[in-house]
Design a protein around this ligand. Structure first.
Ligand code: ZN
Length: 246
């Protein structure tokens, strides 16, 4: 059994039997997290709606913590700050670049394999292999085409997006977090729709929708074939109990 809690925007907590994964937290109420389990904190990029340096405070409560941070996240001064408090933050930080595969040994849990994709905005998307399960968090990797942009911009955006999506083709993903941004208006569905088409994902959580929960219904009205896969988030702090295939 897996549990996913929607926090805010692109922020989610995913809990498995033996570990907790916190993604792109920047605001909102953190759910109760079991301090006996290892806590893995992921930051896809430095933007203010994906990263809040408050995440480093968690080390005080969770000694078995791992920070997996995109290279662009500014951490140097954080290390200095915590060093002054005699907390060795550095040992808990793993910096990842785009297009890498990195294995991390999680104490009391085992091996975690992290692949990154290149975001079409800033930073990375994460593809995480943990035991038999695979999780995906897109960060800001999305098909960011806009009505007001030039054709050239939109075309190069489109090829950049599909270049990344190609790497996920037919991949079995148990839980995925993918942008669905109402600011793109008529183009808002393009990125997530292609993601659903390209990948073999079981549970897909829309994100980055700026509080416009209704966009999920609008998407599903247009694409009813994804009713089973797309999770209907209706409010902050909502919990989902998931039963992925074994
Ligand atoms: Zn963003």
């Amino acid at each position: 059994m897996l549990k996913v809690t929607y926090i805010e925007h692109s922020g989610f907590l995913l809990e498995t039997e033996s570990a907790s994964f916190l993604f792109d937290y920047y605001k909102g109420t953190l759910p109760q997290i079991n301090s006996q389990k290892p806590l893995l904190v992921f930051v896809s990029h430095k933007h203010g709606d994906h990263y809040n340096p408050e995440i480093f405070e968690l080390i005080k409560e969770f000694p078995n913590i791992y920070y997996i941070l995109s290279k662009d996240v500014p951490v140097k001064w954080q290390m200095v700050k915590y060093k002054e408090q005699e907390i060795s933050l550095k040992e808990h930080i793993h910096i990842v670049n785009k297009n890498i595969v990195q294995e991390i040994t999680i104490s009391g849990h085992g091996l975690l394999s992290i692949e990154t994709l290149r975001s079409t905005d800033t930073g990375v998307a994460f593809l995480i292999h943990d035991k038999e399960k695979t999780y995906y968090h897109a960060g800001d990797l999305n098909l960011w085409v806009w009505e007001g942009e030039t054709k050239q911009y939109n075309n190069s955006m489109t090829s950049a997006y599909y270049r990344e999506l190609e790497k996920l083709k037919d991949k079995k993903i148990d839980v995925a977090f993918v942008p669905l941004d109402p600011r793109q208006e008529k183009d808002a569905y393009l990125g997530i729709e292609s993601f659903l088409e390209y990948t073999n994902s079981h549970y897909v959580f829309p994100m980055h929708f700026w509080g416009d929960f209704n966009i999920i219904d609008r998407f599903l009205t247009k694409y009813p074939e994804y009713q089973e896969k797309v999770m209907k988030i209706e409010r902050a702090e909502q919990e989902f109990l998931l039963q992925p295939d074994l």
